[in-house]
Design a protein around this ligand. Structure first.
Ligand code: LHQ
Length: 262
């Protein structure tokens, strides 16, 4: 496995774990971290990587504070749009294209593009002390890294707009109320809870889980009838999988299924 300096990647028992590892900068996305994050995602996506689920979290007291504001200097000449396209979009798109479930364990602040990464996961679990921050407006920027796509779909336009325009902290408990996260747990239980859930998904029927991911993502743009067709296509694939045969056999034999991810 490649060695990384700004994150830690582990793949064990089908579960890939990425820990963003610049705790002194609250895991701000430096150029090095962005390029290592992309490399890690590519490693996980490779056939034969052994990964069947991905858990993302942060080292230290933050999940991720977004773009590294100390890097690259400040000047009106900087083309932040080009920076987004070149370095952020591949990460977000390749993360979204992973054919396995993605879980984020939000251990502390998730701000700016860090919030985008957190909420792009299929299941978001947050520590009670964590919070979400659409930090962009506080520094005179518009939300990016997928925020304007993801957030209104998750919490509705009114709440998304207010979060984006006010740049206020959204505490984990309120994020749970709003449906932005799946669960909030005590800080000292976060990793145990998130790892157990992620491991359960890593042991699951990967083709079906990946199909669910695709179906939900595509449902935003599809008509009802297009979505019914897509369900039939995905079901054709899932229905022919060894995991489906195993799942039905296990049901009939009244035992737990042993899914292999194929
Ligand atoms: C940081 C950062 C940080 C560097 C904390 N950078 N050092 C992409 C690219 C292209 C175009 C533009 O858009 C984007 C996407 C984006 O993500 S834009 C949004 C960027 N992020 C922010 O604006 C958030 C900035 N950070 C904060 O507002 C605060 O640090 C939060 C609210 C996250 C946490 O506050 P505190 O808990 O009070 O911690 P702190 O502010 O004391 O931070 C601790 C250290 O981490 C501190 O360094 P120091 O040397 O004083 O200990 C901070 O400077 C550093 N740090 N975020 N994004």
């Amino acid at each position: 496995m490649a060695d990384f300096e700004t994150l830690v990647l582990d793949i064990t028992d089908g579960l890939a774990t990425i820990r963003l590892n610049r705790p002194e900068r609250l895991n701000a996305l430096s150029d090095a971290l962005k390029s290592e994050l992309l490399a890690a995602i590519r490693q996980i996506a490779k056939p034969g990587s052994g990964a069947r689920a991905l858990l993302i979290t942060g080292e230290g007291r933050a999940f991720c504070s977004g773009a590294d504001l100390a890097e690259g200097g400040i000047s009106a000449d900087r083309d932040m749009g080009a920076n987004l396209i070149a370095t952020y979009h591949p990460i977000l798109l390749e993360l979204a294209a992973l054919e396995m479930p993605v879980i984020s364990a939000v251990n502390g602040v998730a701000a700016g593009a860090g919030m985008s990464i957190a909420i792009s996961a299929d299941i978001v679990i947050a520590a009670r002390s964590a919070y979400f921050l659409q930090a962009f407006v506080n520094i005179g920027l518009v939300p990016d890294a997928g925020s304007t796509f993801l957030l209104p779909r998750l919490v509705g336009t009114a709440r998304a707009r207010a979060m984006m325009m006010l740049g206020e902290r959204l505490p984990a408990d309120k994020a749970l109320d709003w449906g932005l996260v799946y669960d909030v747990v005590d800080d000292d239980k976060l990793m145990e809870t998130a790892m157990a859930l992620a491991q359960r998904l890593a042991n699951g029927p990967t083709l079906a889980l990946s199909g669910i991911r695709k179906l939900i993502a595509d449902s935003h743009d599809n008509s009802y009838s297009e979505q019914l067709t897509l369900e039939a296509m995905e079901q054709r694939k899932a229905g022919r999988s060894a995991d489906c045969i195993e799942g039905v056999m296990a049901f009939l034999e009244k035992r737990d299924a042993r899914f292999k991810g194929a």
